[in-house]
Design a binder for this molecule. Structure first.
Ligand code: NAD
Length: 496
C-alpha cells in the first residue's frame, strides 16, 4: 500500500508510524496510508523553513514575482492532474475540483503582483531634513493548517501571500486527503523556489499542537471547524503568535417573495448540494419569506431528481460521495431524525443513490421543510447534502434569524428589490454577502472571512488581508548628516 509522507527541505521524507488511512470515498477502499508527524518531524520542518528564511526574506521582489509567475504557469499546466488527485481522495467531481484549482490559482496570480503590493509609504520632510518611510517586512517562519474540503485551494490561499511577502512556510494539510499538498510542493520546487521555502508535514492534532507551540513559528493560519479554530486561536495567541483562524459555517439563503423563484431554487440546489454540501460557503438553510415558501420548496424538490450522484471521475456525475463513512452516517442522522424534531422531510436522500459503487460513501440530496432554530438540523453545521427550509413571515424575521445564528460566514439574498438588497447588506451581521449570488466567495484581490464563530482573530484571509497578515510594518525615521542641527534639544521631537 502507498505510504504518503512529508516534504521537508525540498524533498520527500517518509517517517515510520503512526499512520492514518486514506480512503477513496467513491469505492470505500483504503487506498493509502499517511504518516502522522510527531514533534520531532514538525521540528525538522520548522528548522528547514528557518534555514531558508534569511536568504528568502532577502530575495529581490522581482525574483519572488518571477518564481510566482512560473508557479502560476505550472499549476495551470497541471490543473487536470491536481484535480484528479483531489477527486481521488476527497471525492468531489472533476469539474468541481478544477474549479477549486482555478480559485487557488487566483491567489497565486494575486501574489504575482507582489512588487506593487509591497510598495511602502513615504513622508518627506516631516521635520526639517527628516523623512519617514514605512516598509512591510516578513515575519519569518509561518504555518498553515488546512481542512479536507479544499486540499489545493486553501493551502494556496495561505502560502501564496506568505512566500510572496518573504516568509517561509510549513503546511499541515488534512490527513484525510494529503496527496495534493505533496504535488503542490513538487510544483513549487519545479518552479525554482529554494529548498525549505515551503515544507509539508502530514498529521493530525499532535502535529498541529507542535506547530502551535513551536517557538520558531511566528504566525499561524488555520481553516477548519469552529471548535478547532478556537483551540488554534487561543493556543497560538497564548504563545505570542499572530493568528488567523477561520471556522465553520451555517449559511442562509434568504428568498423574498418578489424573487425569481426558479432562479433562487436553482441557486439553492447548486450551493446546497455542490461538492456534496462539503463547502464552508455551502448554503444549508433556505429562509423562505412569506409567499415565497410554497413555490420555492416545490421548485427545489422538482429539480432534485436531476442531480446525478456518482463517482467524481465519471463525467456524468454532478455530486460525488462524502469524505468518510462516519461523516456520511452523521449527515444521514440529521435527515432520519428530522421528523422526530417536528420538521417535514420533503425529499429523503438518506438511502444511497442507485447505481453507485456499493462501498462508496454516497448519500442522496435531502430537502427538509418546517425547520426551526432549536432543532439539531438547524443548530449544527451538517456539512452534507441537506437543505433545511425555515419559513418566516417578514424580511425583519429573516434578518433576525440570520443575525441570531452563532456563525457569520456567508449569506445570500434573492430579490428583485434593489432597496431591500441595499438595506440587507447593512442589516445583516455576516462577513460575506451575496445579492442574487448564492456562493459569494470573494475573488482573490478582495479578502475572505466570516464574522462571529466563523473567524477568530482580526484578519480575513488572502488578498490584501493576506499581505497585511504576512508582514509587519517597520517605520524608519531618517536624517542625513549635512542636515543635522548642532544644537542640543531635550524636548520631544514634534516637527512643529
Ligand atoms: P477540522 O477542523 O476537523 O480539521 C481542520 C484541520 O485541523 C485539519 O488539518 C486537522 O488535521 C486539524 N485538526 C482536527 N482536529 C484537531 C484538533 N483536535 N486539534 C488540532 N488540530 C486538529 O475540519 P475539516 O473536517 O477538515 O473541514 C471541515 C470544516 O472546515 C467545516 O467546519 C468547514 O466549515 C470548515 N471550513 C471553513 C472554511 C472557511 O473559510 N471558514 C473553509 C473550508 C472549511
Amino acid at each position: 500500500m502507498e505510504t504518503i509522507g512529508h516534504w521537508i527541505a525540498g524533498k520527500p521524507v517518509a517517517t515510520g508510524g503512526p499512520f492514518s488511512p486514506v480512503y477513496n470515498p467513491a469505492t470505500g477502499e483504503r487506498a493509502a496510508e499517511v504518516c502522522l508527524a510527531n514533534e520531532a518531524t514538525v521540528d525538522d520542518a520548522v528548522r528547514a523553513a528557518t534555514a531558508a528564511a534569511a536568504d528568502w526574506s532577502d530575495s529581490t521582489l522581482s525574483r519572488r514575482a518571477g518564481l510566482l509567475f512560473r508557479l502560476r504557469d505550472l499549476i495551470e499546466r497541471h490543473q487536470d492532474e491536481l484535480a484528479a488527485i483531489v477527486t481521488r481522495e476527497h471525492g468531489k467531481v472533476h469539474s468541481d475540483a478544477l474549479g477549486e484549482v482555478a480559485r487557488g490559482l487566483e491567489s497565486v496570480e494575486f501574489a504575482c503582483g507582489i512588487p506593487a503590493l509591497l510598495r511602502g509609504e513615504y513622508s518627506a520632510e516631516v521635520s526639517r531634513g527628516i523623512d519617514v518611510h514605512t516598509v512591510a517586512r516578513p515575519l519569518g517562519v509561518v504555518a498553515g493548517i488546512t481542512p479536507f474540503n479544499f486540499p489545493v485551494m486553501v493551502p494556496l490561499w495561505m502560502l501564496a501571500s506568505a512566500i510572496a511577502c518573504g516568509n517561509t512556510f510549513v503546511l499541515k494539510p488534512s490527513e484525510r486527503d494529503p496527496s495534493a499538498s505533496l504535488r503542490l510542493a513538487g510544483l513549487i520546487a519545479d518552479a525554482g523556489f529554494p529548498d525549505g521555502v515551503v515544507n509539508v508535514v502530514q498529521g493530525g492534532a499532535p502535529a498541529v499542537d507542535a506547530l502551535l507551540t513551536h517557538p520558531g513559528v511566528q504566525a499561524v493560519s488555520f481553516v477548519g471547524s469552529t471548535p478547532v479554530a478556537r483551540h488554534v486561536y487561543e493556543t497560538a495567541a497564548r504563545g505570542g503568535k499572530r493568528v488567523q483562524a477561520l471556522g465553520g459555517a451555517k449559511n442562509h439563503l434568504v428568498v423574498l417573495p418578489d424573487a425569481d423563484i426558479d432562479g433562487a431554487a436553482a441557486a439553492a440546489i447548486s450551493a446546497g448540494y455542490g461538492s456534496a454540501g462539503e463547502r464552508c460557503m455551502a448554503i444549508s438553510v433556505v429562509v423562505a419569506v412569506g409567499a415565497a415558501a410554497d413555490p420555492l420548496v416545490a421548485a427545489i424538490a422538482a429539480r432534485i431528481p436531476d442531480i446525478v450522484v456518482g463517482p467524481g471521475d465519471d463525467e456524468a456525475s454532478m455530486m460525488g460521495p462524502l469524505i468518510t463513512a462516519a461523516h456520511r452516517d452523521r449527515v444521514r442522522s440529521y435527515v432520519t431524525g428530522a421528523e422526530q424534531e417536528g420538521a417535514r422531510v420533503v425529499v429523503d436522500g438518506a438511502a444511497a443513490p442507485v447505481g453507485v459503487p456499493a462501498g462508496g460513501f454516497f448519500l442522496g440530496c435531502s430537502l427538509v421543510d418546517q425547520v426551526r432554530p432549536g432543532m439539531r438540523i438547524y443548530d449544527d453545521e451538517i456539512f452534507g447534502p441537506v437543505l433545511a427550509v425555515v419559513r418566516v413571515a417578514t424580511y425583519e424575521e429573516a434578518v433576525a434569524l440570520v443575525n441570531a445564528n452563532p456563525y457569520g460566514n456567508g449569506v445570500s439574498l434573492f430579490t428583485r428589490d434593489g432597496g431591500a438588497a441595499r438595506r440587507f447588506q447593512r442589516d445583516v451581521q455576516v462577513g460575506m454577502v451575496g445579492v442574487n449570488v448564492a456562493i459569494p466567495v470573494p475573488v482573490a484581490w478582495h479578502s475572505f472571512g466570516g464574522w462571529k464563530a466563523s473567524l477568530f482573530g482580526d484578519s480575513p484571509i488572502y488578498g490584501p488581508a493576506g499581505i497585511r497578515f504576512h508582514t509587519r510594518p517597520q517605520v524608519v525615521t531618517s536624517r542625513w548628516p549635512d542636515a543635522t542641527p548642532s544644537a542640543i534639544d531635550l524636548g520631544f521631537p514634534s516637527g512643529r
